[in-house]
Design a protein around this ligand. Structure first.
Ligand code: RTP
Ligand code: MG
Length: 140
């Protein structure tokens, strides 16, 4: 199996409720290593660039507003099949559909305020990691 890297964001609903450590424990228990991490507050414009793929969707404005509302923790996770594994640990977008034990099943408040982001493919993972981190900040 390939060792991959993926970009993770602990979203404002989770940082507000002091859940960073509990969420990080889920990643580490699944064999994902946190090889870069920082707490930042996005502007709405920066959130808009990050989520530009969704700009035609009805929830885009609300999503950008939410992502800029309070600090987030951005991270690089590394491990075997890290992109897929992280999506499994996160659970479905809507917490009502998320499997038991997943981050979204346990912590998400709604389909919009759903505690975590994870890259969905190798090309987006590479772009998203580069959006937030320089090579010097990633220590694998
Ligand atoms: P993410 O990109 O944040 O990891 O989430 P995802 O792949 O599971 O879901 P995606 O379809 O990419 O949607 C991105 C984020 O937009 C918000 N959303 N709100 N109100 C709504 O119906 C709605 N749908 C999506 C969520 O924050 C979702 O994670
Ligand atoms: Mg997505």
């Amino acid at each position: 199996m390939a060792i991959e890297r993926t970009l993770s964001i602990i979203k404002p609903d989770a940082t507000r409720r002091n859940l960073t450590g509990k969420i990080n424990a889920k990643f580490e228990d699944a064999g994902l290593r946190i090889i870069a991490q920082k707490r930042i507050q996005l502007t709405k414009a920066q959130a808009g660039v990050f989520y530009a793929v969704h700009k035609e969707r009805p929830f885009y404005d609300e999503l950008c507003e939410f992502m800029a509302s309070e600090p987030v923790v951005v991270q690089v996770l590394e491990g075997e099949n890290a992109i897929t594994k992280n999506r499994e640990v996160m659970g479905a977008t809507n917490p009502a559909d998320a499997a038991e034990g997943t981050i979204r099943a346990e912590f998400a408040e709604s389909v919009g305020e759903n505690s975590v982001h994870g890259s969905d493919a190798p090309d987006t993972a590479k772009d998203e990691i580069g959006f937030f981190f320089s090579q010097l900040e990633i220590v694998g």
